[in-house]
Every structure is written in structure tokens, then in C-alpha cells.
Design a protein around this ligand. Structure first.
Ligand SMILES: [Mn+2]
Length: 360
């Protein structure tokens, strides 16, 4: 297992790389160039600068997140071919600088979604929180505006203003979209990019829908075990793989997260993993992000780490999100302290599992 940390780049991440390196057991980052909108080519020079900078701090840079898929590809519009060609150029450029895994998602219009970014806990910490009852009382535009307002000036991944500026227009294009059509468009995209990935030595790792259900009547097709199975079957290639996110899949209590890790690990389909805990609250579709510790939330973190240990021990893992603790301020979900605690806890579980199994 390679423990990594999401880092947004010097210009937009308040956490210095040196601090990331000081976290025990940290081997590298999962990086991003967030200055490019979906559909734009990531230039070689900028990729090189990022990789050099990360290497300069003594960390690895083998995983990139959020090479966002243009909405026209998800919609299956004629312009998709041009955007797929651009996506392939970005993949070729990433491959030249040692990138091995690209994490992306195929969520229509909205990326991850929460109804509160700084939900107050009784211990004084804050966390990201979701209550579907609140979403039902809001229009898509209201939730976008509230998320932008509450994010403290940070651009949140997937919520880039240029992407959401044409919200009404994009929502209109999705009228009549079905899961079957969306799957067909997804398959077309994979068929367009996987040959390039194979040549470039890159594994695509799709991140599940977060939360794990349809939003505003638009279908989502990556939030159950069967969805993941359908995706890996669309194109049979080692480069067509998964990023299993325990918190995203875990937002739906019927998903058996440790079993999903074990099955797709055994099938060789997990290229990356986000490992964090969620806590189910009263009623349906109501949860908060919790500390990583099993006892703090609803997921069995030991069972998840054991599945990783047993089935995909070489996978890139990150602690995903964290709470705001100890007075820290910064990008919602991406603090230093609580993610560092999460990384160390997950490494501790992994060490214990390894040693107990070695002893037999
Ligand atoms: Mn995640």
C-alpha cells in the first residue's frame, strides 16, 4: 500500500508539501492541475512543473485526480470526439512524466455534493454533512450558490465556477437522459481513451458517485457493486480500473464496502482507494463525514484495510477527507491535521493486520 495525500498545487493549497512529507508513512501525493477546465488539454510543461516540485519535496507523484470529463461526452453530443481527443492528449502528456493512475468520475453535472461544508460537532470540530431532505427543498442553482458561498473562497474540485456557470443550459440538455444512454456514452468514452492509456502506461480509476444516488432526477450509474461490475466490463483492459472510495459508496448503507473492496481487489480492478469513514444519521440519505476510526462512524475500517491487505497490497491509498480540528481553517474536507491522523490510523491498522497474518 502506498499512502498518499491529495494536494491541490502551490497556488491553491494552503498546506506546504513539506508538511505533507512530515506525516509518518506518507509516500506521495495525488495531484491536480485545477486551472484547466474540463475538455482542455493539460500542457506538458505544467505537468512537468508539478512533478518536479513534488519530487523536490521528497514525495512521489504517480497519481493524478480530476482530469474532468467534459459534459458533452456524458451527454453523447457530436462535439464529444474533439473532447475525447483532447483527453487522450492529456493522458499522453501525463504518461510522459511518470503518472501511473488517473482518477476521474462520470457524474452528470454535479460532482460530490454536501448540504453543509462546516457542520458543527459537539466536540467543537466541523465536518461535511449531507441531508437529502435539505436538497429536496432547494433548486440545483441554490445548492451551487450555497456551496460556492460556504467554501471560503476555495474552488472545490468538481465545482469550478466556469463549469457550473451554464447550469440551467446543461440541466436542460440532460432532460430524457436514462441510465442506459448514460452507460452507452460512458462506454464510447472508454473505447476512445483506453487504447491511449495502454500505450501511456496509465490506469484509469473511476471514482464512485458521491453521494451514492441520483441527484435532481438525473441518473447516476456508479454507486453500487453492480454498477462497478458493469463499468469494468465495458472495456476489458487492465487500464479500465476503479478508485474505490469507502465514504462515497458507504453513504448508501446497502453497499457492503469491505466486500466491494475484496471482490474488485481479487479481480485486479482497484488502482486507487480513498479510505474514510461516514456516520449514518437518523432517517434516509442522511450522513456526516466522521473521524477515520471505526468507532467514530458506521464503517468497519479494519475490514476495509484487511481487504486491501489481502487483495490489492500495492494500491495507492489516501485518507480522502477530514474534519476541521484544532482550529485549522482551509479548504473544506481537505485539512492537514485530520487527514494526517487518518493516514496514520490507516497505516497502523495495516501494520497490525500484516504482522498478525505473518505470524499465522
Ligand atoms: Mn473520495
Amino acid at each position: 500500500m502506498k499512502m498518499t495525500f491529495r494536494w491541490f498545487g502551490k497556488a491553491s493549497d494552503p498546506i506546504p508539501l513539506q508538511y505533507v512529507r512530515q506525516i509518518p508513512g506518507m509516500t506521495g501525493i495525488m495531484g491536480v492541475l485545477d486551472q484547466y477546465a474540463a475538455g482542455e488539454v493539460w500542457p506538458e510543461e505544467e505537468i512537468k512543473n508539478l512533478v518536479d516540485e513534488v519530487h523536490g519535496a521528497g514525495l512521489e507523484c504517480e497519481v493524478i485526480e480530476s482530469v474532468n470529463v467534459h459534459e458533452d461526452i456524458k451527454l453523447g453530443l457530436p462535439s464529444r470526439d474533439e473532447y475525447i481527443a483532447n483527453y487522450c492528449t492529456t493522458l499522453e502528456n501525463l504518461g510522459k512524466y511518470g503518472i501511473k493512475v488517473v482518477i476521474y468520475n462520470f457524474m452528470p453535472v454535479f460532482d460530490w455534493l454536501r448540504t453543509e461544508l462546516y457542520h458543527q460537532n459537539e466536540d467543537g470540530s466541523t465536518c461535511m454533512y449531507y441531508n437529502h431532505a435539505d436538497v429536496e427543498g432547494m433548486t440545483p442553482l441554490e445548492i451551487v450558490q450555497r456551496t460556492a458561498r460556504d467554501s471560503g473562497g476555495f474552488t472545490l474540485p468538481g465545482w469550478e465556477p466556469e463549469r457550473l456557470g451554464k447550469l440551467a443550459e446543461v440541466l436542460d440538455l440532460y432532460k430524457g437522459m436514462t441510465p442506459e444512454k448514460l452507460r452507452a456514452n460512458y462506454k464510447y468514452f472508454l473505447e476512445g481513451i483506453i487504447p491511449t492509456c495502454e500505450k501511456a502506461g496509465i490506469r484509469m480509476a473511476v471514482h464512485p458517485d458521491d453521494p451514492a444516488w441520483d441527484m435532481f432526477g438525473i441518473p447516476r450509474i456508479c454507486n453500487t457493486r453492480d454498477d462497478l461490475d458493469a463499468i469494468v466490463r465495458m472495456v476489458d483492459s487492465d487500464s479500465n480500473a476503479l478508485c474505490i472510495c469507502s465514504g462515497s459508496l458507504g453513504s448508501k448503507p446497502s453497499n457492503d464496502v469491505p466486500a466491494i473492496f475484496r471482490e474488485f481487489g481479487e479481480r485486479g480492478k482497484i488502482a486507487a482507494a480513498h479510505v474514510r469513514n461516514v456516520k449514518y444519521l437518523e432517517g434516509e440519505k442522511h450522513f456526516q463525514e466522521s473521524a477515520h476510526l471505526s468507532a467514530a462512524g458506521s464503517l468497519d475500517m479494519e475490514a476495509i484495510m484487511e481487504a486491501i491487505h489481502d487483495t490489492c497490497p500495492d494500491v495507492y491509498v489516501r485518507p480522502d477527507h477530514g474534519r476541521m480540528i484544532w482550529g485549522e481553517t482551509g479548504r473544506p474536507g481537505y485539512p492537514l491535521y485530520d487527514r494526517a491522523l487518518g493516514a496514520v490510523y490507516l497505516n497502523g491498522l495495516y501494520e497490525a493486520i500484516s504482522k498478525i497474518k505473518e505470524r499465522g
